[in-house]
Write a protein that binds this ligand. Structure first.
Ligand code: EPU
Length: 342
């Protein structure tokens, strides 16, 4: 049964804990329910906002349209062969719950993506990634309902046009589809991604030697690293990295290195471009651990902006702008938000 509410607080539905309101709000528990909603004639022209786990969102004002909280659950193995297991999950499934399902059953490929907040449906939208793995590496396909027609469509890997924290759903078809399920292709035989320094160090601390490496050990290491650096949204409001790591011309990177010899840089696949950690740039500008009222820059990871309690979205955004400005002044580098500002 569809239960459309009015003037609902969105505070429980965004990990920043911002108390914005939605003019209309509805929770969707199946693709059928979604299609039924789209057939209702009362809401065709009302702007719609799709809420997954709300872990990549910053509300700066009330939302004057219809917010849809996608709560479609379920995890199932839909096919398997000698090399792979295909697992489909409802868009509203908690992402980490899906990762734990895979780890428990020995399905490899998502262990590096342990403990990322948010839901399965939101994961391909921004091609979530951590510690050397992005969801696109295990992505098979997804199903989505077109808002305009209510029709269901399947998107293959190629259709999704994945990039660094990018996909077609943030670009060409932004706001046009609601993802209802995602199918992943997991490996029976794990290929471990442990080259990331922090993972190696943590595995060592845990006493895991190469011959004892396992899907579970990598997942445990990632969980440990994330818990030590990233604030738990259940305790301190945040949306993970607020900005993307900028990619700059390699020639420019080399020149900056003469003024800032400690500046870290990572290859991007294109030798002409170098990725620079935004967290480092922000820390160098003196922002790490700074707090203004209830808005702040996390003390252990400068790329994460936090809401200590009652900060408004506007206050967080104003802090973000000041951070951008000072990085621009000191390094001549523009930072772009990774979170969606509504
Ligand atoms: N750094 C600093 N100071 C800081 C933060 C970072 O100097 O305050 C330096 C670190 O020393 C390190 C480098 O920046 O050399 C990279 O830091 P880290 O490993 O913490 O990763 P990140 O580049 O800041 C990215 C992702 C994270 C992901 C981690 C691990 C983006 C925007 N962020 O952060 O993803 O968990 O790598 O792979 O790409 C997210 O998207 O919400 C997110 C948390």
């Amino acid at each position: 049964m569809l239960n459309i509410q009015s003037y609902e607080s969105l505070k429980p539905y965004n990990t920043f804990g911002i108390g914005a309101k939605a003019r209309y709000f509805v929770e969707i528990e199946s693709a059928d329910q979604l299609q039924a909603l789209l057939q209702l004639t009362d809401y065709p022209d009302v702007p719609k906002l799709i809420l997954g786990g709300g872990s990549n969102l910053l509300f700066t004002r009330d939302f004057e349209g219809l917010a849809l909280k996608i709560s479609i659950q379920g995890i199932e193995v839909v096919a398997e062969n000698e090399d792979h297991i295909f697992v489909r999950a409802g868009a509203g499934t908690n992402w980490h719950e899906l990762v734990m399902f895979c780890v428990r059953n020995g399905y490899a490929g998502v262990e590096n993506l342990s403990l990322i907040p948010g839901t399965v449906g939101a994961a391909p939208m921004q091609n979530i990634g951590a510690y050397g793995v992005e969801i696109e590496q295990v992505f098979k396909e997804l199903e989505a309902v077109e808002l305009k027609t209510g029709e269901m469509r399947t998107f293959s890997h190629a259709d999704c046009r994945f990039g660094y924290r990018e996909s077609i759903f943030k670009n060409e078809v932004k706001g046009q589809y609601i993802i209802t399920s995602v199918t992943l292709r997991l490996d029976r035989r794990p290929v471990f991604h442990t080259s990331y320094g922090a993972i190696q160090e943590t595995l060592k601390e845990m006493g895991v030697t190469d011959d004892r490496l396992s899907i579970k050990a990598v997942s445990d290491a990632v969980i440990r690293i994330r818990r030590s650096k990233l604030p738990d949204p259940a305790q301190i409001g945040n949306a993970g990295s607020f900005f993307k790591n900028p990619e700059i011309d390699t020639s420019r990177f080399e020149r900056l290195k003469t003024d800032f010899p400690a500046l870290p840089g990572y290859p991007t696949g294109d030798p002409a471009k170098t990725k620079v950690p935004a967290g480092w740039l922000i820390e160098q500008c003196g922002w790490k651990g700074k707090r203004f009222g209830d808005a702040g820059v996390h003390a252990k990871q400068a790329l994460v902006l936090v809401n200590y309690g009652e900060a408004t979205g506007a206050e967080i955004l104003s802090l973000a702008r000041k951070v951008q400005q000072s990085v621009e002044e000191k390094f001549g580098i523009s930072l772009h938000p990774e979170v969606n500002v509504v």
